[in-house]
Design a binder for this molecule. Structure first.
Ligand SMILES: [Zn+2]
Ligand SMILES: [Zn+2]
Ligand SMILES: [Zn+2]
Length: 297
């Protein structure tokens, strides 16, 4: 897949620009499709139901303007997050990179090992970088823009300042410089484990088969709690996939203060009467150009 892309591009510096355009546009399509479908399913006025709402971590819905700001910030973040992966593709086949296409002469077990190593290293790296954004003021100055979205929607996954997106995509360039890895597998791992799982984390809805109180895997509640409660010097639930890093570095929100949908249901806070009072904005206004140009509707 990526080898075919490289063969279609120039060898010179314009080849890098062509790769960046291809990576940015294909990532844009992936993002709009995956986040868009989940958003339509869970937030669109005609699709919001009481049966779904009882699983919503925050009983209220974000305003149309907040979702618009998520999309604008996401597109800005996307342009930066595509830069280092594009350099990584551009370097494939040069003495600097050990990235390759196909089997590359390696066994199946090496391919399995390399993808697990990529995933574990990246999950830890993303946790450490994210935590840094909450314990160091120069990093918080950039990261706080992600926390403007205290009640996020599926469009908030990469709604970050450019420097944060640049740093978060660094492993896609650094890993093939350090170890032999199939670049297609690396990109697919990042898309599934860090974007599509991120859509779930930012969906605002919990799922019945994975309790927020499970011991091992971060759920959408942990990330909603992160957006709602985590500030400078309060690094609650900075982890992405596994809970291990948050447990190791003491980044866990007090369990006795839990406000997940499961606990809210037990406290009687998800009744049909309360649902009838919830205001669901008409997100079809996102198709109105006045929303995007700051004019009153
Ligand atoms: Zn954060
Ligand atoms: Zn987030
Ligand atoms: Zn709970």
């Amino acid at each position: 897949m990526l080898c075919e892309l490289v063969s279609l591009c120039d060898n010179g510096p314009f080849g890098l620009v062509q790769i960046w355009l291809a990576v940015t546009s294909s990532a844009f399509i992936t993002i709009m499709l995956s986040s868009g479908i989940v958003f339509y399913w869970l937030y669109w006025l005609s699709n919001v139901t009481y049966e779904k709402w009882i699983y919503k971590s925050n009983p209220n819905f974000p305003s149309v303007e907040k979702v618009r700001d998520e999309i604008v910030t996401m597109i800005k973040g996307l342009c930066c997050s595509a830069m280092l992966p594009s350099v990584s593709i551009h370097l494939m086949g040069t003495p600097y990179s050990q990235g390759f296409c196909g089997w590359g002469g390696y066994s199946v077990s090496y391919h399995v090992f390399s993808i697990i190593a990529v995933w574990v290293f990246s999950d830890f790296y993303e946790f450490m970088y994210h935590r840094l954004g909450h314990i160091s003021f120069p990093f918080w100055k950039h990261h706080k823009h992600h926390h403007v979205f205290f009640n996020p929607s599926p469009f908030a996954v990469i709604a970050d300042e450019w420097i944060d997106q640049f740093m978060r995509s660094l492993p896609v360039l650094a890993l093939p410089l350090m170890m032999p890895v199939n670049l297609d597998a690396l990109f697919i791992t990042y898309t599934i484990c860090f974007y599509l799982f991120g859509v779930y984390l930012h969906s605002g809805y919990e799922v019945e088969f994975l309790s927020a109180h499970n011991k091992y895997i971060n759920t959408s509640f942990q990330h909603y709690c992160h957006h709602a409660k985590s500030l400078m010097n309060k690094p609650y639930h900075c982890g992405f996939f596994v809970k291990l890093w948050d447990n190791m570095f003491d980044c866990v929100y007090p369990e006795d203060k839990c406000f997940c949908a499961e606990c809210s249901r037990k406290k009687g806070e998800r009744t049909r009467e309360l649902y009838e009072k919830v205001y669901v904005p008409d997100y079809s206004l996102l198709f109105d150009s006045r929303v995007w140009f700051g004019k009153s509707i």
